[in-house]
Design a protein around this ligand. Sequence first.
Ligand code: PEP
Ligand code: MG
Length: 557
Amino acid sequence: MRTVTGTGVTPLSGLGRVVWYTDELELGDPPEGIDPNLERERFEDARETAEADLESERERARERVGKEEAEVFGAHIQFLNDPQFAEGVENAISEGLPAEHAVREGFSSPIAQFEGMEGRMAERADDLRDVRDRLLRLLTGATGTELADLPEGTILLAERLTPSDTAKLDPDRVAGFATVLGGRTSHAAIFARSLGLPAVVGVGEVLHDISDGTELAVDGEAGEVIADPDEEIRKRAAATRDVEIRAEPVTTADGRGVEVAANLGTLGELAGARERGADGIGLFRTEFLFLDREAPPDEAEQYETYREALSAFPDGQVVVRTLDIGGDKPIPYLSLPESENPFLGERGIRRSLGDDSELFETQLRALLCAAADEGTLSVMFPLVSTVEELEAALEVVEEVASDLEAEGLSYELPELGVMIETPGAVFMATELASRVDFLSIGTNDLAQYVMAAARDDERVSGLHDPLHPPVLRAISRTVAAAHANDAWVGMCGEMAGDPDLTELLVGLGLDELSMSAVTIPEVKGRIVDIETSEAERTASQALDAATKDDINEIIDQ
Ligand code: PEP
Ligand code: MG
């Protein structure tokens, strides 16, 4: 066995045989004496074909992956028609280059510009490469690996996968993929999650040591790629695909109900959440609705989106989080200020009460109107750290309600809640809980702020762990504050989706756990076996422990 590690993007494992992706797009030296007019024509033909192909891929992705995800192809069409690229290509052709070399030239500096940026903007470079390579394939006739037609049981290995590559993969044939480059929030990763494909990205150059035909396990949860796996790993990889789906809400063995909900960012993920037995949505990350487009969705579009989410869960609860922009989630057209410490700067509710107040009001109008329709809508605010922020947000809700009333529109006040993601919110949990219906603990941010360890910095990932005693004690304090104030309390950080922690979380008193849909069946399976009194004993021991290692030992036992 040989194990290499990267970033796991789906908590699923897959087992299969390696197929390396090749796209054969090497261009030789440009020939002499070309006819610029002919090359212009060739480029224009390729551009038109590329646009038509993108339109049909957008349609295909809408059906297979989801409406919002498919919009990445809309963005590709915009890139394709961007005058800046056309001008770059035209200049290169005028200087005597054939169309394919001119395309490579025309795209090189915009790609380099995006590569120099941070976070999601850097990932736009992948989109540009995707568009460039599409044009190059059309111009050179290079075919490469036929992604839509891979043999059953393929583990695809690639330098990087573009969104169009990933959208072509058939989950019935492809058992998973791993890439040399790429990050957790790249489109390839998002598509992989929507398609339920085991995937590990950003493994690095060592991935090239694994050759075609090798038997390989991809563990998207641990972020591991294991060549020639032993029997135990093969069994585990095979098992994650067939856990029992429980479509109804579950209770512990002694009858305590724990709601198990899904986290999602787009409507494309609704079907997967339902298929995996989600009781509702515990975290709708609405900022995803604002990505990969040129302007924010208006009130009507948002209203339709929230309604669609509600109609998918008529008997469950849908918790929508208001915009959480900033930090690692920039939105190009909102021109966020540069910040040395984006995680400590303007993000979440801070922007909604500041520069993005109009967007906030529009979103609340859409939400209040959607709340009047079928289903149960709840709305929560991200990154609150003071009571003043919550009160200001609640005031905006009231203003929006009275505007809707005055306009004679039908609306309803949803349940309102606060995300507990900052130490400030933990210390003020009593005061916050007394003003709302529920609290939802976001352990991804809570761990980063309690432990002073950035969630996206590999070097401090050992510290960014919710099993450190201070984080666990913060969770316990939050649960107690909520229950003392008749508020329910859920958890929607990644911690909630770890089946090995389900007993601990039930013992800590959480009423709801919300996670990415893939882990729902396993978490529900754990809940039905739990005796609350035993779980409470485990939790109380963990709360007394002084170190993360001690807590891990208690959980293992
Ligand atoms: C969290 O911080 O735990 C959370 C759920 O929010 P996000 O990951 O979107 O910041
Ligand atoms: Mg958060």
